[in-house]
Design a protein around this ligand. Structure first.
Ligand code: ATP
Ligand code: F6P
Ligand code: MG
Length: 343
């Protein structure tokens, strides 16, 4: 069997470990051939690929980023929901002599995996995203690393904020789901965590910040980039590779408003892509490796149209259809649990 692997969407710490896990199992144990396409679908379209064997994946587990590169280049023409013509795609697929795809990516990539699978292209999904917003899986690799980095940032902002009796606002990633803000905020003891799913008013945020000051402390406010202050998300100029508005900058909007409203000196920090960089945590390395192994085993079993999901402590192959179409956002009870201690 010959498998093609590629990464699509933003990178996520653990992608290298997932490729290594898949190669060690598929090539070394099952005797498959594997090739990796460079920069996502660009490599597939342009014939840019490398052979993946044991030497090619040596020492990859602790390595951040991804050796194959990743991109938001579309797999085929046509916007979501439109009728698609896969004839060119199929011709390429056949020319490579592939028997199946392993697609490493988030919600968008798994949607593509599902579409391909529905059109008879044998495909298996490996879920990744630091946002942890994919349905049908408990955690995606990259999330734990991002939370650890964000929690460390909170710890560091806390000491300088306390020294100056300032309110510190930290912006973390999270386009539609606030998992990073929720977990990092809880780990770092933030006084307020603001998530895309649960709009709050400026008045409420300032009430929390003031009550913290009134008991002699300085506030640490974590805000997800997709948080909707008084109903609207803050966007930057331009669009991302998928034509969506680029998010980011809500902390820089929020901080002066808090300062003006409360009279407390306030500073903003946007953590940005630091959250996606560097070596994955041990948890993410293990999750990614097991995801790769499970995907290779699923290819052997020809369980196409499935995704390697973490459910409890087991990696389970679930139908791709269960994973896509609906984001896994933070449920109201998880937010309520944290919100009771805000301020
Ligand atoms: N419904 C769709 N139809 C066709 N192509 C799609 C669809 N959804 C996503 N894609 C393609 O897949 C790429 C990857 O999707 P996306 O940019 O959402 O990343 P992702 O896999 O969700 O990872 P991230 O966590 O970074 O968002 C898109 O840039 C686009 O080219
Ligand atoms: O790398 P880019 O294109 O700036 O993407 C940033 C986006 O990717 C993610 O990290 C993962 O989806 C989001 O949290 C964020 O909005
Ligand atoms: Mg996406």
């Amino acid at each position: 069997m010959k498998l093609g692997v590629l990464c699509s969407g933003g990178d996520s710490p653990g992608m290298n470990a997932a490729i290594r896990g898949a190669v060690l199992r598929a090539v070394d144990v099952h005797g498959f051939e594997m090739i990796g396409f460079m920069d996502g679908w660009r490599g597939f379209h342009e014939g840019d690929w490398i052979a993946l064997d044991r030497p090619a994946v040596r020492g990859l587990s602790p390595l951040g980023g991804v050796i194959l590169g990743t991109s938001r280049v579309p797999p085929f023409a046509g916007r979501p929901g439109e009728e698609i013509d896969l004839s060119d795609f199929r011709a390429r697929y056949d020319a490579y002599g592939l028997d199946g795809f392993l697609l490493i990516g988030g919600n968008g990539t798994q949607t593509v995996a599902s579409i391909l699978s529905d059109h008879g292209v044998p495909t298996i999904g490996l879920p990744k995203t630091i946002d942890n917003d994919l349905s049908a899986t408990d955690y995606t690799f990259g999330f734990d690393t991002a939370v650890s980095i964000a929690a460390e940032a909170i710890d560091r902002l806390r000491t300088t904020g306390d020294s100056h009796r300032r309110c510190m606002v930290l912006e973390v990633m999270g386009r539609d789901a606030g998992w990073i803000a929720l977990h990092a905020g809880m780990a770092g003891g933030a006084q307020v965590s603001l998530l895309p799913e649960f709009p709050e008013t400026l008045e409420q945020v300032c009430e929390w910040v003031t009550s913290v000051r009134d008991r002699g402390r300085s506030s640490l406010v974590v805000v997800a980039e997709g948080f909707r202050l008084d109903g609207a998300a803050v966007t930057r100029e331009g669009l991302d590779g998928f034509g969506r508005p680029r998010l980011g900058g809500v902390a820089e909007v929020l901080a002066p408003l808090i300062e003006a409203e409360t009279g407390i000196e306030t500073r903003a920090t946007v953590l940005g892509h630091v959250q996606r960089g560097g070596s994955p945590t041990a948890f993410d390395r293990v999750l990614a490796t097991r995801t790769g192994i499970a995907a290779a085993d699923a290819a052997l079993a020809e369980s196409w149209g499935t995704m390697a999901a973490l459910q409890g402590d087991q990696i389970t192959m679930v139908p791709l259809a269960d994973a896509v179409g609906r984001l896994k956002t933070v449920p109201a009870d998880r937010y309520a649990e944290a919100r009771l201690n805000f301020g």
